[in-house]
Design a protein around this ligand. Structure first.
Ligand code: BES
Ligand code: ZN
Ligand code: ZN
Length: 495
């Protein structure tokens, strides 16, 4: 699908979309089309009692007096309540609607809003961003899909006076979309295609954008003493990998660090998961995908900042060499871990990745992302991700950034009492809590034992990484949740 920007002109074909603010009179262009159609547009407005409320729309198909296929008025709601994220979601919804109407082309006319809150370039660029994000599709394995079942919209033109500036703004947003699409792609790929080695190769492609990419295999990780991460992968025929990505855009400053859980398939290991729903565990690498997508977005838009991205890639499988519940492993930190449940594997992977990250890079902060616990879904469903942190300032920045881009976080408590619940009788700690409940918190307490005093935050994204239904900016499936949030954090506070 192609996204273009041009000056306002009457499109010869395709659909024309015009936004109308709540309570406002029809914009100039709509009035012009009303005349061309002999008043049909204003009649449709009164027949539908259209007021420009959010979510309302009026569609005039094959209007007499015009060669265009449709004129669509779409409600913007109250102008005062509009923000950039709502404009993005509007773009996504328009795209979805026009596919339902089987339109091939559409032009969105961006008039200046009555109360000038945003420049029309910004409005156009953000609507286009929403269109782009919603247009994502993972269909490479569908060989028999009928043409009529595929999305019909092939071209979208944003029409406004200052098309050149809008296009320039969109280009920056498009780099973020590229990162999100990469993340959605790797999460959507089946686990027989994306296993640690294949995934690491995909990361290598970021070198084209100037990202430095290193891949550590089992030998290198053994030398480093990463017994915690390696224990998880030892029951799999696929070799575990650790991928280290660096973007140098900010001189000599210490880097910001992002660390991701990349379990390419989580069968649970010997603590095997039930068959029902096990297929969901192909997305147990979503945290790592956010890190890779973020690196792509930052490198793509040449962010003026130093960033390191580290992902631990393993497959959690139950073969004859698999680790057993009750095994004791030694992590890179020297701390020993009694593995009481092999299905609580994400924390074992992150423990070594976090330790390695802080010692090698001395980062300003570390943010890790992981589909870590089912318990976070019980707490928050799919609307918020869980935030756990040892640092109030970092937590606030993350929460604020999330609110700005509508990727919301909710902070959970952490404390010594919760920490005690992972003390083990025979090792330094155990990988599950001794008491029932608070599963997401004890998982976070476990990670905290591997971060020392580095400002750190853990985002448990198990509930938000995969969408069961379509929404404004995202068709159902892999969401890429976290990339817009972390890009906002980096841009607003660190560039
Ligand atoms: N990958 C799962 C968590 C998960 C569940 C992610 C649902 C996405 C959707 C994780 O490795 C896991 O299995 N956690 C266990 C921990 C338990 C054994 C302490 C869980 O949440 O049940
Ligand atoms: Zn698990
Ligand atoms: Zn897992």
């Amino acid at each position: 699908m192609e996204i273009k920007f041009s000056k306002i002109a009457l499109p010869k074909n395709g659909a024309i979309v015009i936004g109308v603010a709540e309570g406002a009179k029809l914009p100039a262009k709509a009035q012009e089309y009303d005349k061309l159609t002999g008043g049909a547009l204003s009649r449709a407005v009164s027949v539908r009692d259209f007021k420009g409320k959010k979510g309302e729309s009026v569609t005039l198909l094959a209007p007499a007096g015009m060669t265009a296929d449709a004129v669509i008025l779409t409600g913007l709601g109250k102008t005062k309540e509009l923000d950039l994220v709502k404009l993005q979601a509007l773009g996504g919804k328009i795209y979805a609607k026009l596919n339902c109407l089987k339109m091939k082309k559409m032009a969105i006319i961006v008039d200046a809003l009555e109360e000038k809150m945003f420049a029309s370039e910004e409005v156009a660029a953000n609507i286009a961003f929403g269109v782009k994000l919603r247009s994502y599709r993972f269909d490479k394995y569908r060989t028999k899909e009928k043409e009529e079942d595929k999305p019909t919209v092939k071209s979208v033109t944003l029409m406004l006076d200052n098309a050149t500036e809008a296009e320039a703004q969109f280009e920056k947003l498009e780099k973020i979309a590229d990162g999100i699409f990469l993340a959605r792609d790797v999460v959507s790929e089946p686990p027989n295609v994306i296993y640690p080695e294949a995934y690491a190769k995909r990361c290598k492609e970021l070198e084209k954008l100037g990202v430095e990419v290193e891949i550590l295999g089992v030998k290198e990780m053994e030398k480093l003493g990463m017994g915690s991460l390696l224990g998880v992968g030892q029951g799999s025929a696929r070799e575990s990998k650790l991928v280290v990505m660096q973007w140098h855009g900010g001189g000599k400053e210490h880097p910001l660090a992002f660390v991701g859980k990349g379990v390419t398939f989580d069968s649970g290991g010997l603590s095997l998961k039930p068959a029902n729903g096990m297929e969901d565990m192909k997305y147990d690498m979503a945290g790592s995908a956010v890190v890779v997508g973020l690196m792509k977005a930052l490198a793509g838009r040449k962010a003026k900042v130093n960033v390191v991205g580290i992902i631990g890639l393993v497959e959690n499988m139950p073969d004859g060499n698999a680790q057993r519940p009750s095994d004791v492993v030694k992590s890179m930190s020297g701390q020993t871990i009694e593995v009481l449940n092999t299905d609580a594997e994400g924390r074992l992977v992150l423990a070594d990745a976090l330790w390695y990250c802080q010692h090698r890079f001395k980062p300003k902060f570390m943010v890790n992302l992981a589909t870590l616990t089912g318990a976070i879904i019980v707490s928050l469903g799919s609307l918020y991700a869980g935030l756990f942190s040892n640092n109030d300032e970092l937590s606030k920045k993350l929460t604020d950034a999330g609110n700005k881009v509508d990727e919301k976080l909710w902070r959970f408590p952490m404390s010594d009492e919760y920490d005690k619940q992972i003390d083990s009788d025979i090792a330094d700690m155990q990988n599950i809590g001794t008491e029932k409940g608070a599963g997401s918190i004890t998982a976070a307490q476990f990670l905290k034992r591997f971060v020392n005093d580095v400002p750190w935050a853990h985002l448990d994204i198990a509930g938000v990484a995969w969408a069961k239904k379509d929404s404004g900016l995202c068709p159902k499936g892999a969401t890429g949740f976290g990339i817009r949030l972390l890009n906002q954090l980096v841009e607003e506070y660190y560039e």
